[in-house]
Write a protein that binds this ligand. Structure first.
Ligand SMILES: Nc1ncnc2c1ncn2[C@@H]1O[C@H](COP(=O)(O)OP(=O)(O)OP(=O)(O)O)[C@@H](O)[C@H]1O
Length: 304
């Protein structure tokens, strides 16, 4: 395996089965240093399994992973120190107070008082300063999630992996977390994000891997991914709720609130041909809108 220290992560031929279920079927990709990377996929795609293997919590059956050139098995301690992983599940000791717990966690990485100002800075940025002396069990779910983020970052790791950090959090907290993640990225950290909010991935990530049933289905820049499928959408509202002419029915992508969205393949279905078909059928148009495909459209196309 060629480990490149210029890559934050090198994942080579990783396979993992649970009994007869192949959770990862030979996953392979690299993430250059400094990237904001999105790891997307439907439920059960294998994202958390891959993250657990990167973090050294689960062993791969086959394959290798390196963090900044350090093998996660052969050089586990070094690789682990370079990584901050925010898990999906909220696991913590309920009796510790927030700030104490973060200081103890830093100790596990061999860090001492020198990171205390950083801990206080994170508490401030994650809006937790007023909870610094509260015990974990007395926090709400959203607050616990924020502490978990701080906990993964106490040792200032250059590579940060966040497994669905915004799942089930309210809009305001989601914004705080977006800002926090962008700041980390701006400061040079490599950020790997898994999320089911595709607008979030589209907004934040410069490159994306789409995993589906243990295989990488796409791996490219967000911009390329969005341009990948040459189609557009045309939403039409027909006067008097008229029926769509037969010839256009195969183009229907969705229907809601009395309007119909058609999916038009570039070159094959020019917008003008839709208007012609409607006019020929004597159907008048009340309203019309077009839109480019977003990440959700591409995702559905790739993983359906
Ligand atoms: N410890 C385990 N034992 C048995 N099967 C497992 C175990 N962990 C994961 N799996 C299975 O492996 C597959 C991949 O699961 P994984 O949690 O990695 O997916 P995911 O992409 O993270 O999904 P989600 O988006 O729902 O979190 C699933 O079919 C899951 O049921």
């Amino acid at each position: 395996m060629t480990n490149s220290p210029s890559n934050a992560l090198d994942i080579v031929g990783v396979r993992k089965s649970y009994g007869s279920l192949q959770a990862l079927k030979g996953v392979e990709f690299s993430i250059p240093r400094g990237e904001f990377f999105g790891l997307l996929g439907p439920n059960g795609a294998g994202k958390s399994t891959l993250i657990s293997i990167i973090a050294g919590l689960v062993q791969a059956d086959v394959g290798q992973i390196a963090v900044l050139g350090h093998d996660t098995v052969g050089d586990f301690r070094h690789a682990r120190r370079l990584l901050g992983v925010v898990p999906q599940e909220l696991v913590f000791d309920p009796f510790f107070k927030v700030r104490d717990m973060l200081r103890i966690q830093a100790g596990y990485y061999g860090a001492g008082r020198e990171v205390w100002p950083w801990i206080d800075e994170m508490l401030e940025r994650l809006d937790l300063t007023s909870k610094a002396n509260t015990s974990m069990r007395a926090l709400s779910g959203g607050m616990k999630r924020r502490v978990l983020i701080a906990q993964a970052l106490v040792h200032k790791p250059p590579v940060v992996i966040l497994d669905e950090p915004t799942a089930g959090v309210d809009v305001e907290l989601r914004r705080t977390l977006w800002q926090f993640m962008s700041d980390l990225h701006r400061q040079g950290q490599t950020v790997v994000l898994t999320t089911h909010y595709l607008e979030e991935a589209q907004e934040m990530c410069s490159r994306i891997a789409i995993l589906d049933r243990g295989e990488v289905k796409a791996l490219e820049s967000t911009r390329q991914l969005l341009r990948r499928h040459p189609f557009r959408f045309l939403r039409v509202k027909l006067a008097g709720n008229a029926a769509l002419p037969e010839a256009l029915r195969e183009l229907v992508a969705s229907e809601s609130d009395g309007s119909i969205e058609l999916k038009l393949e570039t070159g094959k279905h020019p917008i003008g041909s839709v208007f012609d078909a409607l006019r020929d059928a004597g159907v008048a148009i009340e309203d019309v809108q077009t839109r480019d495909p977003d990440l959700e459209d591409i995702f559905v196309e790739l993983t359906r």
